[in-house]
Design a binder for this molecule. Sequence first.
Ligand code: HEM
Length: 469
Amino acid sequence: MRRRGPDCHEDVSAAQVDTSPNTFTADEVAKHNSPSDCWLLIHGKVYDVTKWVPHHPGGSMIFVRAGGDCSQLFDSYHPVTTRLLLEKFYIGELDKADRCSPGIVEYESDTQEGEFYDVLKRRVEKFFRGNEINPRTSLDWRLKSVLILVSFAASFYATFFGFQSFAASAVCACWLGVSMGQVGISIVHDVNHGSGLSTATSRYLLGAIVDLIGVSSFMWRQQHVVGHHAYTNLACDPDIRVSEHDVRRVAPHHPKQPYHAYQHVYLAALYGLLKVKSVLVDDFAAWARGSIGQLRLSRITPGEAAMFWSCKVLYVAYYIALPAVCSHHSWRALAALWLIAELIAGWMLAFLFQVAHITGEVEFLDSAGGKVQRGWAAGQVATTADFSHGSWLWTQFSGGLNYQVVHHLFPNICHTHYPAIAPIVIDTCREFDVPYKIFPNFRSALCAHFAHLKEMGATQLIPSFATVG
Ligand code: HEM
């Protein structure tokens, strides 16, 4: 800890007590990164919330980025009044020299009284209070989730054990793929964001279902909740991370390779491998490296480590070994059925998430020097596009992702409420001159995505974006 105080050569009387706050380096804060020793960095201030961890209504989400910068997480997950409680845990300031260190991105202010996000949050909170609606859950959501889980179990049985005929099993494998996609989009996406069910423990347990379809919920939270939502379409957004020879180029600052000229053709097929890649490659690579792209992983608690490995073993046991031993299908037929289900789930997840952020209609924000010249909430609206507003079917099928802007601004509101609060968001955006983009339907959003891929395959590198915070 660096304590700012008078120079030791000065003659200081006892009356001149140093009242300046404690200052801490980012490295010092990072050491307090566990549930039993939990410091958070929020807008340049340091908070020791260890004593609040067992009482936190959002459960384990309070230490999803313990020891790191939680500014955007804190602002987007709480009513405006929670700021008062936070101040009780204040212990000092982040050293000015560390304001732009890796892992810290400074957006402009938009949560002060009267600013865009503050006004919007108060209006949305008033809507839920006034209508006596629980923003975290709804009956629709719970019924839908039961239906999806039954569909998943039934389609799994039908695919591998239900039919002698390969053709009938292949149709069921498509159904299994859609069910797995729905588990991810409509159930796990909500509960891992702190919505869907009313209590933190029930959400955590249901969130573990994604582990049962092979994907680690811990890595999902790190990549999606911590990384993608805080840093949407910045160079350090783990959802659009790239390496020098990446198969995909989506932003002007990404390295360009000759084969990117054809990415709008081959990516349509490769997107199908998204889930397989997450299950077999990405989770283990993140574990081994301790990071996802530029995002350093939070400390993995022993409970989360146990969940990671036991669910991977369980997944292989029931999804691969059980059909291999008990199904009457041949090895080749089984491999084809697995592939069909995985491809369908991969395409669903990839297309529904990609059309929101990877199009020419949205922005890729410059975070040079660790600073973004825009407020975080206005940045969410600038980097995200919706589609098919007003379509009940698309809201159900996409788990509310047709209202991505609303989801990004209010990540812990249950997705079945998005259509009701979208007009409040749109009106407030209009009032604050924040452009809100909506594609009329999914087809136009998808076409915009592939048009953008084609354009990125042809345009030259713009390096200025490449500096990250
Ligand atoms: C930065 C990491 C944090 C995340 C991701 C997070 C997440 C959440 C979530 C998902 C909820 C909703 C729980 C529910 O309604 O069932 C919640 C509620 C709450 N959190 Fe946090 N939290 C974080 C940090 C904190 C901190 C540092 C404090 C205070 C010191 C805090 C205080 C609260 C309070 C008071 C509520 C209840 C708010 C209400 O009345 O709706 N949280 N949090």
